[in-house]
Design a protein around this ligand. Structure first.
Ligand SMILES: [Zn+2]
Ligand SMILES: [Zn+2]
Length: 349
């Protein structure tokens, strides 16, 4: 069925990190990481409302400048999330440029930078183009469990994993979706129309049973309309299914502590994007670099009972051999007992 959130890797070859998610019906998008986003067309970048950065290694944050350059004078607001010291780092990025004419731009840009630390405390600050991006409006907050961002149709949760530095692993969760059973619609003698959106919204927001809903539709006999209370439509026409859950996990060591964080965040995830940087034959090197091998990534996906797997962030050393990385991850995910045992045996650091 049609989904609200449509994710795709920023780099179709999957070598570079980054995920862009279309929020359908809202003409807006979310970004996970700010790497080589230059390959995304400006019309996509201009829709970005929120960016969730895993950590500020260059391959995950150097694209900030590009997003800013595209958005200046055209984008009204941008919210950026990151880990410890992220607000300072956004400020440093902004202070590296000269802003003597920016206040003349027709569309002013407000950047809201928000950071969290592993203890669940966070702080935010605002940078406004009208004041040459001077830092202001600072505030502190505490996370509600692991929820970073929550709105009517989706939420974003995050937990820290270790990469010899704290890195955020993300879960993007669509809230419940309302599914319409066509045979029940037919039994009621109506067809679909814009009224369905109103009905879905009423169901999802827990509107009262007596809420009148006007059904308007058109068929070969012309226009029709009738008013029914929500209570009457609810059981006849709809059922509600859990929304899709999407994981974005990159830059971490294969440790039991990390896997436990991912289990809390992403068990039974529908679609898991996970780094597969090295082949398992290079696992000693992967450990030194604080990255996963493809087999480790696949074994983690298996432990999370991920329903679909998207490997990405391939080391350039495998140029021309990335098929091997994907195959190794998929084999481990598909159930090599050896890999599963390996992940179970991992010791906390
Ligand atoms: Zn990286
Ligand atoms: Zn990194």
């Amino acid at each position: 069925m049609r989904t609200l959130l449509e994710p795709r890797l920023v780099d179709p070859s999957a070598a570079e990190p980054g995920l862009v998610v279309d929020v359908r019906d809202e003409r807006r998008a979310l970004l996970f990481d700010l790497g080589e986003i230059g390959r995304l067309p400006p019309r996509v970048l201009l829709r970005v409302s929120h960016v969730f950065v895993t950590h500020t290694h260059m391959d995950h944050f150097a694209g900030f400048d590009h997003l800013l350059a595209v958005g200046l004078g055209r984008m009204p607001r941008l919210v950026l999330w990151g880990g410890p010291n992220f607000v300072d780092q956004v400020e440093h990025k902004l202070r590296a440029y000269t802003w003597n004419v920016v206040q003349r731009y027709e569309v002013a840009l407000t950047i809201e930078a928000r950071e969290v630390s592993p203890d669940g405390r966070g702080r935010c600050a605002r940078f406004d183009s009208r004041t040459a991006f001077t830092r202001g409006d600072e505030a502190a907050f505490t996370l509600d469990d692991d929820v970073l961002h929550d709105e009517a149709t989706f939420r974003v949760r995050a937990r820290f994993v270790d990469h010899e530095m704290p890195v955020l692993a993300y879960a993007l969760e669509e809230k419940a979706r309302v599914r319409v059973a066509p045979d029940r619609l037919a039994a009621l003698g109506v067809t679909t129309g814009p009224w369905l959106r109103e009905l879905k919204h009423a169901v999802l927001t827990g509107a009262p049973d007596d809420l009148p809903i006007e059904l308007r539709w058109r068929d070969r006999d012309g226009e029709h309309s009738m008013v029914r209370p929500l209570a009457e439509l609810r059981p006849l026409v709809l059922d509600v299914v859990a929304g899709r859950r999407i994981g974005y996990v990159t830059d971490l060591r294969c440790t039991e502590a990390n896997v436990e964080q991912l289990v809390r965040l992403l068990t039974d995830v529908d679609l898991l994007h996970i780094e597969t940087v090295f082949l398992d034959e290079d696992r000693a090197h992967a450990l030194r670099k604080n990255h996963l091998t493809a087999a480790q990534a696949g074994a983690i996906a298996r432990r999370l009972r991920a329903r679909a797997l998207v490997p990405f962030h391939f080391s350039p050393r495998y140029e021309g051999r990335t098929g091997e990385l994907v195959a190794e991850a998929r084999d481990a995910w598909g159930g090599s007992a050896e890999c599963e045992a390996e992940v179970k045996q991992l010791k906390p650091r």
